[in-house]
Design a protein around this ligand. Structure first.
Ligand code: FMN
Length: 204
C-alpha cells in the first residue's frame, strides 16, 4: 500500500461535484486524536485554494491555523518561473512562524502540486520543521484529478525521516487557470473536509 494512503479524493469544482470518496483505509486504526492532543493547521497557498481548505478545517475544528509565507513576491502569471523552481526542488526563504510546532502533537499540513512537485516554500518548511514525535495529516490541492501520490510519498518520506508519522491525507481537485483568478469556495469542500475530519477522529 502506498505511503500516506487512506486518501480521500474529492473533485470539488462545481461541474464535477464530489465524485470519489475512499475512506476505508488505515487512519481509523492508527490515527485519531484524544482530548489532550493539541492540533495545528500549517499551510502554504499562493492562489488561495489550499488556504480555503485550511480555513474550512479551521472553521469546523477551531484549530489554530498558521500560513507559511515567503519573502519572495510571486506573480501568478509567472507560471514557468514558479513551476521551474518547484520542478528543480528549490527552496525559498520563508518568514518566521508565529506558532512553534513543538507546542503541538498533531499537524495538519496543507500543500499543493506545482509541476508535479512540492513548492519551494513547502520544501523549506519540510526541511526546517522538527517533526519528531508528531502525527501529521496532509491536505493537498491540485488541478489534475488523479491522486497526487508522488507528492504524498515525497512529503511522507521527508516528514518520517525527521521522526514524524504521516497518518492520512486528503487531496482536493481545485483546478487552475492561469488567466482567471478563481479560488475554490469553502462551501464546495465543506462536506469532503468534514468527512475526512470525522474519519480521522478530529470531529465526532
Ligand atoms: C506554477 C504552478 C504549477 C502547477 N502545476 C500543477 C501540476 O503539475 N499538477 C496539478 O495537478 N496542478 C498543478 N497546479 C495547480 C495547483 O496545484 C492548484 O491550483 C492548487 O490548488 C494551487 O494551490 P494554492 O491555490 O493554495 O496556491 C499548478 C499551479 C501553479 C501555480
Amino acid at each position: 500500500m502506498p505511503k500516506g494512503s487512506g486518501t480521500v479524493t474529492a473533485l470539488c469544482r462545481p461541474d464535477n461535484d464530489i465524485i470519489e470518496l475512499d475512506i476505508t483505509k488505515k487512519a481509523l486504526a492508527v490515527g485519531g486524536t484524544n482530548m489532550a492532543d493539541k492540533n495545528l493547521i500549517v499551510y502554504y497557498s499562493m492562489l488561495g485554494n489550499t488556504m480555503a481548505v485550511a480555513k474550512e478545517i479551521e472553521k469546523q475544528t477551531s484549530f489554530t491555523a498558521q500560513r507559511i509565507e515567503e519573502y519572495k513576491v510571486r506573480k501568478r502569471g509567472n507560471l514557468i518561473g514558479n513551476a521551474m523552481g518547484a520542478f528543480l526542488g528549490f527552496r525559498s526563504k520563508i518568514r518566521p512562524m508565529d506558532f512553534l510546532i513543538s507546542d503541538y502533537n498533531n499537524i495538519l499540513l496543507g500543500a499543493q502540486v506545482w509541476a508535479g512537485k512540492t513548492t519551494p516554500a513547502m520544501n523549506t518548511y519540510l526541511r526546517k520543521a522538527s517533526f519528531k514525535g508528531k502525527k501529521v495529516w496532509l491536505f493537498i490541492t491540485k488541478a489534475d484529478e488523479k491522486i497526487p501520490q508522488g507528492i504524498i510519498d515525497s512529503m511522507t518520506d521527508r516528514i518520517e525521516k525527521k521522526g514524524g508519522k504521516v497518518i492520512d491525507s486528503i487531496s482536493i481537485t481545485a483546478g487552475f487557470d492561469p488567466k482567471v483568478e478563481t479560488v475554490i469556495s469553502q462551501e464546495e469542500i465543506s462536506a469532503a473536509v468534514h468527512e475526512w475530519l470525522v474519519k480521522n477522529g478530529f470531529l465526532s
